[in-house]
Ligand binder design. Structure first.
Ligand code: FE2
Ligand code: FE2
Length: 274
């Protein structure tokens, strides 16, 4: 009897040990090795963790990235600890986080109403500027997410490849617009005669279609930019960044295809007639 009781005790001990280890494994797996500490309600902003600040508002990842603050693997650090570790001024980071929440200072309500030369300025500043700022950080995040999680989610490797090809295509595309097409349109606006625009515009529109195809692929590969519940902060920030990229690029292409290019072709036709 005594022996049987001992065996039962041992079995019970072993079962609870197995259950405990499983629980630890589930916890570790669910955080994908990037612990995300949630601070209690009412915790002052600077004492909240950088991981939770990004999870709450993915746009904050841009600010952290610009200061080199790791919000992913070091996401459990509080904002003040993270700033101290990077040697950056806490006040400056808080200021930038507030500015991010308030959005750009100057919002043009409807850029489609701008005359062609001003519309070009707007496109270069707002949309080309956005891509030049976003591409480096999206590239870094896509490489990192693919290398850490691509083993069990191969679609993340495709995300990285499609994104890299989109970046290469659009960098070249924007250069052609800024160096060749837009100066030619400006010449027409100021009354001069420029090279024929039909060919270059048709070429730009074909490249817009290719970019649209890449965006559709990214949307499908990311299940409409919906990260899994257990995704780490970089994973989430990448998907949120890709969703923003799609939104901005759609507006950008719309302004060029439907507003700027038709206006430029009308100007060119008027120069030929006069
Ligand atoms: Fe453009
Ligand atoms: Fe374009």
């Amino acid at each position: 009897m005594q022996g049987q009781r001992e065996v039962r005790k041992l079995k019970k001990k072993k079962r609870s040990f197995i259950l405990e280890s499983l629980a630890i494994r589930v916890q570790t797996g669910s955080a994908m090795n990037h612990p995300n500490v949630i601070t209690p309600l009412g915790t002052p902003f600077i004492e909240r963790t950088v991981g939770e600040l990004v999870a709450e508002r993915p746009g904050r990842s841009r600010v952290f990235q610009s200061f080199g603050i790791d919000f992913c693997c070091q996401g459990a650090k509080t904002l003040s600890e993270a700033c101290q570790k990077r040697g950056v001024a806490l006040d400056t980071v808080v200021e930038q986080l507030e500015a991010e929440a308030n959005g750009p200072n100057e919002v043009i309500k409807n850029p489609a109403t701008l005359p062609p030369a001003e519309l070009i300025d707007y496109i270069v500043e707002a949309h080309h500027g956005f891509l030049h700022r976003e591409f480096p950080r999206l590239h870094v995040m896509a490489e990192r997410v693919a290398s850490v999680h691509g083993g069990h989610t191969p679609s993340l490797i495709q995300v990285k490849e499609v994104l890299n090809s989109l970046i290469a295509e659009l960098d070249e595309h924007m250069e052609k617009e800024e160096q060749v097409l837009f100066p030619a349109i400006r010449t027409l606006v100021s009354g001069g005669s420029a090279m024929p625009l039909d060919g270059p515009i048709a070429c730009m529109m074909r490249e817009h279609e290719d970019a649209g195809g890449d965006l559709a692929q990214l949307r499908a590969l990311t299940y409409e930019y919906d990260p899994p519940a257990e995704a780490c902060n970089t994973y989430r920030a990448l998907f949120a960044g890709l969703a923003d990229l799609e939104e901005d690029l759609h507006r950008h292409i719309h302004l060029e295809n439907q507003v700027l290019f038709p206006a430029a072709l009308t100007l060119a036709a008027n120069v030929v007639r006069s």
